[in-house]
Every structure is written in structure tokens, then in C-alpha cells.
Design a protein around this ligand. Structure first.
Ligand code: GLN
Length: 447
């Protein structure tokens, strides 16, 4: 029988409002946030520090020409340098999003992983791209979603041991913002591509650097292409920012710090959560609820067992690709499950199918994740770009506990938002302030 290991991970998330053309200023503010974090009375040394997508450069680049001054080769550039200094100083992993030029032609939206020794150990490229990336011809990650190992020393113990003196290697995945959404917003919502990938592959740590929008942003194509409509919409945003006492770029330099306290995020149903851009120090619960929903395969949901009582229905669905066939990944024919040749050996096919899930259900178990744990860390940027794009901040740390609610009727556990108790909301920053949140997360893995 597999042994249970109890893991204790100290996770620090940095929330920033980087504006295009202000790399140095953003680095300065990062160091002052870190300094304040370490001076906090409840500070403990983090094992991992997560930054947002395009943390230092700003996000809304309109053309290739605009972004070129900010791109960097893997293992070069300001994001790499900053991550290396931070990792060495704190002796922890640093994970940070940056625009990468892989060669003369190819640009990616990437995230680098720096080890506690200051060595780059992984580089993930965004797989599903958002509209903005199309403006500068960003390439899709040809590898698709990926897993990689992160090794933490003295972060684990057996249940009967007193202190965390064992090392542990966690199976990790990075999802950059749009990776959490349906491919091109066109794939069926219930395919949950990224979170299904994570459940299928038994991922234990999920890191999400993001530049996710607050829904009062101007994204409607008609408005964006009509000058007078666009001006009117921007005026409305400017007025709201003035009312909040904020400049057009949103708040910078006023830090919210939630360091090592145990304050959990208050659960609010998706029906009651508003997305208005007010109360900068409170999370955008409408987005928090949406992110939780996008992790449906990790959430308890009793009806799953009823839907898939007929296993041939599930077998039929699992035999087909869930992933978008027009993605680079499939064109190259690399994806072993989804390009599976059905004339292959029956055992290989059965083994592969057994690991796959649809809506969290596998052929072996009505909820594959049941009884397991996983940690989700979201680092989302805040602030406003172009007077039209408002980012949602609300960076947070979550634990999926893999538990079914006890003694509840089906109706009571059909919540697919923050009211679902199989997700623990360990804390979130507000929607509109820069700052940091540090939490110790304890969870189980089997080894
Ligand atoms: N789905 C995300 C949003 O709507 C995508 C943004 C991104 O990839 N940066 O905000």
C-alpha cells in the first residue's frame, strides 16, 4: 500500500501592476514588497514565490514591434535576473511570467522556474492563447500542457512523525491564464482541458501566473472597433477610477500584505458575487468563483456518479480527444492518448484510457480525484492598461481536499463555486492593490 506523506508548503504570491515601459520601476516595487514581507511579524521563509504573467513588462502589446524591446531569451533578461536574485536570497523556487523569444521567428508567452540554487529548471510556454497575443503573433506551446517535478527539502513527514524533515518531489503543472479557459473560447466549456489534464496526470501542485481581466474591461469587439462607443466606454472606466481615487493605470505602490495569517476567504455564491471595480482590497469573487468552476474535475459533485453509472457512455467519450484538433500539439501528432491508434495493443489502450477523465470521472472511479489533495496557486496582476483593460488581481491560494461532503443530499453539494467545500480558500488579495500573500498549506500525497 502506498504511504501517505503530509506536506507543508509555504507559498508566497506577489501581485503587481506592471505598466508597459516601466520595467525598472516594477522591479523596485517588487523589492520593496519583498522587504515589507520579510519584516512582517508573522513572516516565515517561503518554499516558492509565484509572480503573475508578464510580471515586469506589462501585458497589452498591440503589435510585434511593440513587444520586441521587451522579449528575452530563455535564461536571459530582467525577469530571469530578478528570479535568480530572489531565489538565491530566499533559497526558494521563483516562478515568473515573461515574453520569450525562442529564435528569430518564434515568440512565446512563457513562465520560467528558478530553483532555490538560482538555476533555471523549467520553462513553460502558454498553450492556449488570448486575443491580445494574436496581435504580436505569439506561438502556441507545441508541447501542450506539461508536468514537471519540483523538489522541496524538509517539507514532508509521515503521519506519525513530529516534524517536517523529509524531502518531497511534487508533480507540478503551470497554467498561464487563458490555459484555464476553453481553447479560443470555442471549445466546449465542459471539456475543462487544463484541469482535466491535471487530474488525468495526478498533478499535485498547480501554478497559475495570470493577467486575467475584471469583467468591467472593454472586450466587446463592436465597442472596440467603434471610436465613439470606445471613447464613451473608456470615459465610464475613467470616471469610476476617479471616484475610487485612482489614476488611470490603477493603484501602484500601496501594498496589501497578508503574511502568514490564517484568514480564509469568505465563501460567496456565484449568484451573489459582483464584478464591479470597487473595494480594491477585496477579491473579485465573481472571478474567484469562475476559476473554481474551471477546476470542476477537482470539485466534489455527487451527480457525477449518476451520470456515469453506464460506463460504456464514459468509455465512448474518453476514447475521443477532448483537446482541440486545430492546436499545434495535435497537428504534430505528439499527443499519445489523443492520437492513440486503436489498433495498438489492447492493454496499452486500456491503461491509457483508465487514467483519463471526463468531468472528473474515470472508468475506474466515478471521481478520479476523490481522496487526493492538490494545491492551486493563482498569481494574477492588477491595475489597468490602455484605459480599457482592467485586471482582476485577487491572487490566492487554494487546496482541493478531495472530500465528498458528509451526509448531504445531492442537491446540497451541487455548488460549483466557492461554496463547494471540497475547495478550501486559504486566502486572496484584493482586486486592485499590489502586494503579497503568504500561506502555509498542508496537504497529503501518496508515495
Ligand atoms: N480568459 C482570460 C481572461 O478573460 C484570458 C486572459 C489572458 O490569457 N491573459 O481574462
Amino acid at each position: 500500500m502506498a504511504a501517505k506523506l503530509l506536506v507543508s508548503l509555504k507559498v508566497l504570491v506577489i501581485q503587481l501592476n506592471p505598466q508597459i515601459g516601466q520595467v525598472d520601476q516594477t522591479i523596485k516595487r517588487t523589492w520593496s514588497i519583498l522587504e515589507k514581507v520579510t519584516k512582517s511579524a508573522t513572516y516565515v521563509k517561503p518554499d516558492i514565490i509565484l509572480f503573475p504573467e508578464f510580471s515586469l513588462t506589462g501585458y497589452n502589446f498591440h503589435s510585434r514591434k511593440d513587444i520586441l524591446p521587451y522579449v528575452a531569451r530563455e535564461s536571459e533578461g530582467p525577469s530571469f535576473q530578478l528570479a535568480r536574485s530572489i531565489s538565491k536570497k530566499f533559497q526558494c523556487y521563483t516562478v515568473i511570467g515573461y515574453p520569450e523569444n525562442a529564435d528569430e521567428q518564434k515568440l512565446y508567452n512563457s513562465t520560467l522556474v528558478m530553483s532555490p540554487r538560482g538555476e533555471q529548471v523549467f520553462n513553460y510556454r502558454k498553450t492556449f492563447l488570448y486575443d491580445t497575443e494574436v496581435n504580436w503573433n505569439c506561438d502556441e506551446n507545441p508541447e501542450g500542457f506539461q508536468t514537471f517535478p519540483m523538489s522541496f527539502s524538509k517539507c514532508a513527514k509521515l503521519p506519525n512523525e513530529d516534524s517536517f524533515t523529509r524531502d518531497v518531489t511534487l508533480k507540478t503543472s503551470i497554467g498561464i491564464c487563458m490555459d484555464l479557459s476553453p481553447y479560443k473560447f470555442k471549445a466546449p466549456f465542459n471539456h475543462f482541458e487544463f484541469s482535466s489534464f491535471c487530474v488525468d496526470n495526478n498533478v499535485e501542485l498547480i501554478l497559475c501566473p495570470m493577467a486575467w481581466l475584471n469583467s468591467t474591461s472593454i472586450t466587446d469587439k463592436q465597442t472596440l472597433h467603434n471610436d465613439s462607443m470606445l471613447e464613451a466606454a473608456k470615459d465610464k472606466i475613467a470616471l469610476n477610477l476617479r471616484e475610487q481615487g485612482l489614476p488611470l493605470a490603477g493603484s501602484q505602490g500601496l501594498y496589501q500584505l497578508k503574511i502568514g495569517d490564517s484568514q480564509h476567504t469568505h465563501r460567496v455564491s456565484s449568484d451573489d458575487s459582483s464584478s464591479e471595480y470597487k473595494h480594491m482590497d477585496e477579491p473579485d469573487m465573481s472571478n474567484v468563483n469562475y476559476w473554481i468552476l474551471r477546476f470542476f474535475p477537482f470539485l466534489s459533485y455527487k451527480s457525477r456518479a449518476i451520470w456515469f453509472r453506464n460506463s460504456s457512455l464514459l468509455e465512448n467519450i474518453l476514447g475521443k480527444s477532448k483537446m482541440p484538433p486545430d492546436h499545434e500539439y495535435y497537428k504534430n501528432g505528439r499527443h499519445k492518448e489523443d492520437t492513440m491508434d486503436f489498433s495498438n495493443s489492447k492493454e496499452i489502450m486500456e491503461d491509457t484510457l483508465a487514467e483519463k477523465t471526463f468531468l472528473g470521472a474515470s472508468l475506474k472511479q466515478s471521481w478520479k480525484f476523490e481522496g487526493k489533495n492538490a494545491v492551486l496557486v493563482v498569481a494574477n496582476r492588477c491595475g489597468v492598461e490602455d484605459g480599457s483593460t482592467i485586471f482582476a488581481g485577487s491572487s490566492g491560494i487554494y487546496k482541493f481536499n478531495g472530500s465528498q461532503p458528509k451526509n448531504s443530499e445531492i442537491d446540497e453539494d451541487s455548488r460549483l463555486d466557492s461554496l463547494n467545500e471540497s475547495v478550501e480558500l486559504l486566502g486572496n488579495l484584493g482586486k486592485g492593490l499590489e502586494g503579497a500573500i503568504l500561506r502555509e498549506v498542508q496537504f497529503e500525497v501518496s508515495r
